[in-house]
Design a protein around this ligand. Structure first.
Ligand SMILES: Nc1nc2c(ncn2[C@@H]2O[C@H](COP(=O)(O)OP(=O)(O)O)[C@@H](O)[C@H]2O)c(=O)[nH]1
Ligand SMILES: [Mg+2]
Length: 201
């Protein structure tokens, strides 16, 4: 099964995207497999609204481990399944919490072999950053992701006023890169993302 991996900084909307995109693709209940950094695996079945209440956080590092679900897609006349993985946020520097550090290491390890890296950035964070050219974890992710397989950037939170400037900054920072402005909250442009996902299924 192909492996699609959602990565990005903390609180950019990775988990909300996982839940709402799975719902958009027709999943009424989400069967989530949670891989703890110590390799324990748990499985939970949640309705999308429960998943949002339990798994989406306002502050950084709410997601402590890789959690995944299987998406059922139509490819031509056939149906195919892909694994969509949500990950803990990646940060520059060494996080004081050992569990968070392990989760980040796990993310980087798994990223090498992913069939598609779905890199989410926050349009408002980008719009607000004083220097669009400064090196950041997002540039590091982009450099690394490009050395391997498929790669797309989703510029998220486009439902919030001021986000357009962030999308423009993203286009300037990552020229020529496959990129879609989305809202994980409202589902804006999910159909476009679904087409890209279908190419890697
Ligand atoms: N307005 C708006 N808020 C969002 C969007 N995506 C995520 N959020 C909010 O951003 C915060 C972090 O979301 P979460 O999915 O936990 O981020 P993660 O750390 O990247 O997994 C939560 O308060 C979400 O409700 C979006 O597209 N629009
Ligand atoms: Mg999360």
């Amino acid at each position: 099964m192909k492996r699609l991996m959602i990565i990005g900084r903390p609180a950019v909307g990775k988990t909300l995207f996982l839940i709402n995109f799975a719902a958009h693709m027709g999943q009424k209940t989400l069967r989530l497999v949670i891989e703890r950094p110590d390799h324990r695996v748990e499985s939970v079945v949640l309705a999308p609204e429960e998943a949002r209440a339990r798994l989406v956080g306002r502050t950084g590092h709410f997601t402590r481990s890789v959690q995944s679900l299987v998406l059922d897609l139509r490819k031509g006349k056939a149906r195919v399944q892909v694994e969509l993985e949500d990950t803990p946020g990646l940060d520059l520097g060494i996080h004081p919490d050992a569990e968070v550090r392990k989760g980040m290491a796990q993310t980087i390890r798994k990223m090498r072999a992913a069939d598609l890296v779905i890199h989410i950035v926050d349009a408002l964070q980008l719009a607000a950053s004083p220097d669009a050219g400064s090196p950041s974890i997002d540039m590091e992710i982009a450099h690394f992701a490009l050395t391997r397989g498929g790669y797309i950037i989703l510029v998220n939170k486009m439902d919030i006023p001021g986000a357009q400037a962030g999308l423009e900054k993203a286009r300037a920072l990552f020229p020529g890169q496959l990129m879609v402005g989305i809202s994980a909250l409202t589902g804006l442009n999910f159909r476009q993302v679904a087409r890209v996902v279908g190419r890697y299924a």
